[in-house]
Design a protein around this ligand. Structure first.
Ligand SMILES: Nc1ncnc2c1ncn2[C@@H]1O[C@H](COP(=O)(O)OP(=O)(O)OP(=O)(O)O)[C@@H](O)[C@H]1O
Ligand SMILES: [Mg+2]
Length: 257
């Protein structure tokens, strides 16, 4: 397929004895929105971090536009990773930087725009996520958790990346703001041809954002299909997740320590 943006094959990642990714095969189509679902601790964040190069897989291949990025320090691999924007699960804002400087960080330090130009773009992007200009000069600690989440989203999209990763973009937001964020993610991909990979537990978000859904279970992509098929997947694991049942094939690991 030549419309594949990101292609993962046989990706393995373990921490000590704990195997997290155990042969992940996954294709993300260009300009489409893929949502990854799966239980807590199954390795969804690790999967995204492997694509971004924050974590190095133990084995396997990850190609972005056909360029191998695993174990590669080439300029081409670096350039592909530089096309990626990321909203981290915890927000991960810089405490000592003003909100607008957080949003403009990459514009200033990677793209070397003037502070004035970067500030203009940051303020505009804050508006896109529903935050007023007055927020721009505050520090992260002065904002509520939900507002910080929106700032993280603004930072992820400010430099118009070709590929965006959203790790739990709506967690901790009220339902109305979650809907605003879902719309924004949806329109970013639909209108601008951006490829999006989103991790979420929120089924409403899945339905609002996804073209395709992939379920991570036991270190692999257990099921993948169009979002329209998640209610009739015929897969007991997907059904249990979608319906949020405590009973089913997915066993919650209870820590034995
Ligand atoms: N840097 C690390 N060092 C050691 N173990 C790690 C590291 N990062 C993740 N893990 C472990 O890998 C497993 C998967 O973590 P990950 O954060 O990917 O889960 P997740 O699917 O994103 O869960 P959640 O839905 O709760 O965010 C967990 O057992 C976690 O403790
Ligand atoms: Mg996670």
């Amino acid at each position: 397929m030549d419309n594949v943006k990101i292609s993962m094959r046989g990706v393995h990642k373990r921490f000590g004895k704990k195997v997290v990714l155990d042969g992940v095969d996954l294709d993300v189509e260009s300009g489409r929105s893929l949502v990854v679902i799966g239980g807590s601790g199954t390795g969804k964040s690790v999967l995204i971090k492997c694509i971004l190069g924050i974590l190095e897989p133990d084995a396997g291949s990850i190609r972005i536009d056909g360029v191998e990025v695993v174990g590669s320090r080439s300029g081409a691999a670096g350039a592909k990773r530089a096309e990626c924007g990321m909203l981290f699960q915890g927000g991960a804002l810089f405490d000592s930087l003003k909100i607008w400087e957080n949003v403009a960080f990459r514009l200033i330090y990677a793209e070397r725009l003037s502070r004035q130009k970067a500030r203009e773009i940051a303020m505009h992007t804050l508006k896109r996520v529903g935050l007023g200009e007055d927020v721009g000069d505050l520090l992260p600690a002065e904002l509520s958790g939900g507002m910080q989440k929106r700032v993280s989203l603004a930072r992820a999209i400010a430099s118009d990346p070709q590929i965006i990763f959203f790790d739990e973009p709506t967690t901790g937001l009220d339902p109305i703001m979650a809907d605003v964020i879902n719309d924004l993610i949806r329109s970013t991909t639909a209108d601008e041809g951006v490829t999006a990979v989103t991790i979420t537990h929120d089924m409403q978000s899945v339905r609002a954002i996804a073209d395709t859904v992939a379920m991570l279970y036991a270190g692999r992509i257990h099921w993948q299909g169009p979002v329209a098929e998640i209610d009739a997947s015929g897969d007991a694991y997907v059904e249990q997740f979608v319906e949020g049942n405590a009973d089913g094939p997915i066993r919650i690991e209870r820590a034995a320590e």
